[in-house]
Write a protein that binds this ligand. Structure first.
Ligand code: FES
Length: 80
């Protein structure tokens, strides 16, 4: 089974090929160029790993935890 960004119907193999052809190594740049990860983002850790390792991930690929989202406010101290 070939993994893909299901929402955008983009195969990881195709995304890696595109990234190599365009010398893209940054996830945000690949998102901007292809639209991958732009809906549910379930694919995001796989694609981040793929760009870092220059190979197509599988379901067995051990993924690092996703970085915490950046936020200007602290939800634990917010009032209102
Ligand atoms: S699977 Fe990639 S955005 Fe949903």
């Amino acid at each position: 089974m070939e993994l893909r960004c299901v929402c955008m119907n983009l195969s990881f193999r195709g995304l890696l090929s595109y990234a190599r052809r365009h010398d893209i190594r940054d996830l945000d740049a690949l998102i901007q160029a292809t639209g991958c990860c732009s809906r549910c983002a379930t694919c995001k850790p796989f694609i981040r790993w793929m760009l870092a390792n220059d190979e197509v991930p599988t379901l067995d690929t051990p993924l690092p935890p996703e970085p915490a989202p950046e936020s200007d406010s602290d939800p634990l101290t917010e009032t209102g």
